[in-house]
Write a protein that binds this ligand. Structure first.
Ligand SMILES: NC(=O)c1ccc[n+]([C@@H]2O[C@H](COP(=O)([O-])OP(=O)(O)OC[C@H]3O[C@@H](n4cnc5c(N)ncnc54)[C@H](OP(=O)(O)O)[C@@H]3O)[C@@H](O)[C@H]2O)c1
Length: 329
């Protein structure tokens, strides 16, 4: 396959990581590939369910989706904050079709209740976006004793996806998007150490392990689902200036912020919204995206070697056993 000069330049940017993940990435790629502006898409009549729509990338993405006319449901945990976000987005966009469902995604009972509520209110869901996530510098446990990063970013998306499959299939095809992180490039696929033990806990590593699992599970859902019914994609947003980053990684914000190297939340949300709106997302399934292009899921031989069929099988079994959701053909 011969590559165009612009594609070669894109790959050079990607291989060197810093230009790719920072604000340089979207600025260069927007021009290289003549990106269609998001405001040229129309999502009228499309139901989009988005987790983590009350801050950062998710809040910005919610506003863009609302501007495109989507019927948007934000799944979030804090009633006062969520109501304020929904009111603000309705006022800013003039779109009245914005609602919310309350759920703390670190609690499986909440996830189950939210899925039931969503399924009743929305028999057809065109896109489900798993955007909620967090890096916990100090180890935190969910109510059920599981590491909170794993419960929030691995178990909750698995359960919500599984319970909403009929509504996604009704969209024929529905789309499931999972916001991972470029941090996952640093971590192998590990099931026995998916939850780091207390004595060797490292927040960034724990986060990256959960993010690696999200990418692998996206591929596994895609292998198990007819793409004419539902397609699955994961993506990473680069390094984005959000409350999540300034709280969890203040040093990172202090260094990259003044250099204007962190992406704006708009640029952080771009590929998430684009995958919701563009037909390109329906042409494949199980891919990992960054800046509107499919990217490799490994940059290191060690992580590639860790990603074995046997570990994948154990990860899927872990999710099924942990959530009680079993996929039946
Ligand atoms: N910013 C980056 O550079 C970057 C890089 C790579 C990947 N990401 C990923 O992008 C996604 C968004 O990140 P962000 O930077 O925009 O973070 P953020 O500003 O901290 O927003 C995170 C969102 O997740 C929600 N959330 C967290 N825990 C939750 C829980 N237990 N139940 C329900 N909702 C919960 C938050 O709700 P509240 O508003 O209630 O707190 C908030 O809406 C995350 O998955 C993150 O890992 C971000």
């Amino acid at each position: 396959m011969s590559l165009s000069p612009n594609s070669i330049l894109d790959r050079v940017i990607e291989a060197t990581i810093i230009p790719s993940f920072t604000s340089i990435g979207p600025n260069a790629r927007r021009k290289l590939f003549d990106w269609k502006p998001l405001d040229e898409y129309d999502l009228t009549g499309q139901t989009v369910v988005l987790t983590g729509g009350t801050s950062g990338i998710g809040e910005e993405g919610a506003e863009i989706l609302a501007n495109l006319g989507a019927t948007l449901v934000i799944v979030a945990r804090d009633q006062v904050k969520t109501e304020a976000t929904v009111d603000r987005i309705k006022a800013a966009t003039g779109n009245p079709e914005i609602s919310y469902v309350l759920a703390d995604l670190g609690k499986q009972d909440d996830v189950r209740a939210a899925a039931t509520q969503l399924a009743v209110a929305h028999p057809t869901i065109h896109t489900l976006i798993h955007n909620a996530g967090a890096l916990f510098p100090k180890r935190r446990l969910a109510e059920n004793g599981t590491d909170l990063a794993v419960e929030l970013m691995v178990a909750a998306p698995f359960l919500l996806t599984g319970m909403l499959l009929p509504q996604l299939k009704a969209a024929g095809p529905g789309r499931v998007l999972t916001m991972s992180s470029g941090g996952m490039y640093s971590q192998p696929l590990s099931v026995s150490q998916l939850e780091m033990p207390e004595d060797s806990y490292n927040g960034a590593q724990q986060y990256a392990r959960a993010k690696r699992a999200q990418v692998v599970l996206t591929e596994m859902w895609a292998q198990r689902t007819d793409p004419s019914q539902v397609v699955f994609h994961s993506l990473h947003p680069g390094w984005v200036d959000t409350p999540g980053v300034s709280e969890a990684l203040p040093g990172f914000s202090k260094i990259l912020g003044p250099l204007h190297l962190l992406r704006s939340p708009q640029d952080g949300a771009d590929t998430m919204v684009w995958l919701t709106a563009d037909p390109a997302a329906l042409e494949s399934t199980g891919d990992f995206w960054h800046d509107r292009q499919v990217r490799s899921t490994h940059k290191l031989p060690t992580t590639r070697n860790s990603d074995t069929p046997e570990r994948r099988k154990r990860l899927w079994e872990w999710c099924q056993n942990h959530t009680g959701f079993e996929l039946r053909k």
